[in-house]
Write a protein that binds this ligand. Structure first.
Ligand SMILES: [Zn+2]
Length: 149
């Protein structure tokens, strides 16, 4: 995963401003994601090429996007979006760096703390999402392969 040159998914945020929060507890379960703080409506961009698997509104995540990588092996999850990029739809192929949504506070994000909640999951061979294992995005981004441009 560290050889993939993932893009930081929020425009204008350099890798050294990221903070690891993978193991912090959120309620009764571990966070297993990275929160990237940014002003409301900052563009959120695809970390690499792939396909929009699902656009989904959930009580906790708010407006969320599930994107698979080109191999279908990884799922990238973007949550608390203010809104989607208006023409985005399920099944769309996206390019690394393409704007897919905008930072916000939808779902259970604090109203005064707009941020992107981002996670990476590894799918099993059977491609069962509910059995996916979470990777720490912070570890991926902070490696010298991560790029902010
Ligand atoms: Zn979060």
């Amino acid at each position: 995963m560290r050889t993939r040159h993932l893009l930081i998914p929020v425009e204008g945020v350099p890798a050294d401003l990221l903070r690891g929060s993978f193991y912090e507890m959120r309620g009764s379960s571990a966070h297993k994601a990275t929160d990237i703080l940014a002003p409301r409506n900052t563009p959120v961009r695809a970390v690499e090429d792939g396909t929009i698997a699902k656009l989904f509104f959930s009580r906790f995540g708010g407006n969320t996007i599930y994107q698979t990588d080109p191999t279908g092996q990884y799922v990238y999850y973007y949550a608390h979006l203010e809104k989607y990029q208006p023409t985005l739809k399920e099944g769309d192929r996206v390019k690394r760096g393409q704007t897919i949504g905008f930072v916000g506070t939808s779902g259970n994000a604090p109203p005064n703390t707009p941020h992107l909640h981002f996670s990476i999951s590894v799918l099993t061979k059977q491609k069962k999402w509910w059995q996916a294992r979470a990777l720490d995005p912070y570890e991926v981004f902070k490696s010298d392969k991560a790029k902010s441009q």
